[in-house]
Write a protein that binds this ligand. Structure first.
Ligand SMILES: [Zn+2]
Length: 411
């Protein structure tokens, strides 16, 4: 088959779409568009109005996913991202991937020279205001009615049922994937880190999305009077966890992988008064990596360190895993399509890299081949209203994305 002319995204149109979306919930230089807020619903309506321009039939479903489906013959590629934002955050995290998917559909779907069509999705609540990836997980059949019953907004405690009701979505069906319909799922996103900027690359080809392992670590000592208990007699649970944090940072690097990251979240001391030695202390701890073997190694080390600190602090230290990571491998053919497209539209300035952040693509990857491409984030800043990407990088990313879609449909 003769190769079709490369498909060209209209960069000005993509920038105009992104700026239109930016107006919904504009806050400083970013947006405040939490899930099911009024600006979020208006952004979904905007997309519903745009999808027919790409020959797509638009539907919003019972969990707030917007889907555009095509009646064109031939293979279908699913593409998208999300439109809600973190609270008081950036304008590109999510919308970039939706705008690219819309552009790919507008270029490819009316072209009789390209077989098949791009179908567009905006997954609801990727940012986790009500849960974890509720929209994309609903689409792959991984959300029950009970999950929705118990979901609440983490900021204002509003029940998800009430939010769906207020949005007029409560009586709609939830759309789930029609197995075998799609050749796969492609998502674009800002990198939200500094790898691309630091290496002067225009396109990141995502190899895998890291898994997240979470631990609850509890130290139990002896609660006592802070004035009368001599230092040598204390069993200070808070001190034990503080020592643990330092020991982790000292000893993890020797056994971690090249991209392993770890973070201590909330630390709470009980009772937490300066006049009382804490008898109990608890911390949340997280490890991210794309290789479960590395995390197994680190978890063993974590338990070893905890045992040593328990002995040294005369406290009990318990390590409990409360979440097991499931890294998602991106499909080889999708990675190649992005690289090939980057060789045409980005002078080959692409680099393979894992994603340290979670994305809907990891959920879609459980039922179909999936791929992701990144564009640079200025200063690596995201989840903040300063988040930004050069217009030239946005346009180049759109061109690479559209061409990658064409290639995935062509063979
Ligand atoms: Zn995102």
């Amino acid at each position: 088959m003769a190769d079709h002319h490369p498909s060209k995204a209209d960069g000005a149109r993509v920038l105009a779409d992104l700026n239109a979306l930016r107006a919904f919930g504009a806050y400083k230089t970013g947006v405040h568009r939490p899930t099911f807020s009024e600006p979020h619903l208006r952004s979904l309506e905007w997309l519903m109005r745009k999808l027919p321009e790409a020959g797509l039939v638009a539907e919003i479903d019972g969990i707030g996913n917007v889907l555009g489906s095509s009646a064109k013959a031939g293979p279908k590629l699913l593409a998208g991202s999300h439109l809600e934002s973190q609270n008081f955050a950036g304008w590109l995290d999510g919308p970039l991937g939706v705008a690219y998917a819309l552009e790919a559909a507008r270029v490819i779907n009316p072209d009789p020279g390209i077989p098949g069509a791009v179908e567009v999705a905006a997954w609801c609540d990727e940012e986790g205001h009500f849960g974890h990836f509720l929209g994309s997980r609903s689409y792959v059949g991984d959300v029950t009615e009970r999950d929705i019953d118990s979901a609440r907004d983490r900021t204002d405690n509003r029940m998800m049922r009430a939010a769906l009701q207020a949005a007029g979505l409560a009586d709609r069906r939830r759309v789930t994937a029609e197995r075998g319909r799609h050749v796969g799922y492609l998502e674009a996103h800002i990198e939200q880190g500094r790898t691309l900027e630091g290496s002067r690359r225009a396109i990141g080809v995502v190899t895998s999305i890291v898994g997240i392992w979470q631990y609850q670590i509890t130290a139990t000592g002896e609660q006592n009077h802070a004035g009368t208990t001599r230092m040598k007699d204390r069993k200070d649970a808070g001190l034990a966890l503080a020592r643990l944090c330092v020991a982790i940072d000292d000893r993890f690097p020797a056994r971690s992988g090249p991209r392993t990251v770890w973070t201590t979240g909330r630390i709470s001391l009980d009772p937490g008064a300066p006049s009382i030695i804490p008898g109990r202390a608890e911390m949340l701890f997280q490890i991210r990596d794309d290789n479960p073997e590395v995390v197994e190694r680190l978890e063993a080390l974590l338990r070893e360190i905890a045992a040593e600190i328990a002995a040294a602090s005369r406290c009990e230290v318990e390590v409990k895993r409360i979440r097991t990571g499931r890294p998602a491998k991106m499909d080889d053919r999708f990675q190649r399509a992005i690289e090939d497209a980057a060789s045409i539209f980005a002078e080959g300035k692409s680099v393979s890299m894992p994603s340290g952040a979670g994305h809907d693509a990891q959920v879609l990857a459980t039922i179909m081949p999936a791929g992701m491409l990144f564009v640079p984030s200025i200063g690596g800043i995201s989840h903040h209203w300063d988040e930004n990407t050069d217009d030239a990088d946005i346009v180049r990313g759109a061109e690479v994305f559209v061409e990658a879609c064409r290639r995935l449909l062509a063979n």
